[in-house]
Structure formats: structure tokens, C-alpha cells
Design a protein. Structure first.
Length: 107
């Protein structure tokens, strides 16, 4: 014969299970409740009970110092203008100055 438990008893067990940290199966077996029965209680009465609160603290944020990625050493760019002029442009050359220089050389 099936053992009938009151709604109050079922809710008490569900609340105790939520606070226990045990799996459903471990809690139900420890308290003499068939795991399938206990699972059914949870499905039927979960809307009536307060949800289990997360007791773990939120992860802490750790500040990081970001550095730009290292660039491989680059060789200068060799620019040949006509037959008379060669320019070696380093990685950090000034584009405005280069433009002005090319305008002078082309005139």
C-alpha cells in the first residue's frame, strides 16, 4: 500500500532538500522516499515554493592591464622615385611630410 504524505510534509521535504546540497536521489533515499516519487513532488509543487537561492558570491572582477601586441620588427620601405631618388621609409614615417616631398620631386 502506498504511503500518503500531506502537502505540508512534501513541501517541508522539498525545502529541506533545497537547503541540503544533496542530489534529489541522495536526499530521497536518505529519507525513505522513492526517488521517482520525490521527483514527481518537485515537478508538481515547484511553482508553489520559493526558488532555491544561490548562496555563492558573485565572481570577483580582476583588473587587467592591456598592452598592445608586439609587432615584429619591420624593415624600412624602399621607395624609388624616378631614376634619381631613393627613399627609405621607417615604420613611423610622417605621411604628410612624404606627400609634400613627393609633390616637390614630381614638379
Amino acid at each position: 500500500m502506498k504511503k500518503q504524505r500531506s502537502k505540508q510534509t512534501r513541501n517541508k521535504h522539498i525545502k529541506q532538500w533545497q537547503a541540503s546540497g544533496l542530489s534529489q536521489a541522495a536526499y530521497s533515499l536518505k529519507h525513505g522516499i522513492h526517488p521517482t516519487t520525490f521527483s514527481g513532488w518537485l515537478r508538481r509543487f515547484s511553482n508553489e515554493l520559493p526558488q532555491k537561492q544561490n548562496t555563492q558570491p558573485a565572481p570577483a572582477l580582476i583588473p587587467l592591464e592591456l598592452k598592445p601586441p608586439c609587432e615584429p620588427e619591420s624593415k624600412p620601405i624602399k621607395l624609388i622615385v624616378g631614376e634619381r631618388c631613393e627613399l627609405l621609409l621607417e615604420k613611423d614615417f610622417c605621411q604628410t611630410t612624404l606627400k609634400q616631398l613627393l609633390e616637390v620631386l614630381e614638379s
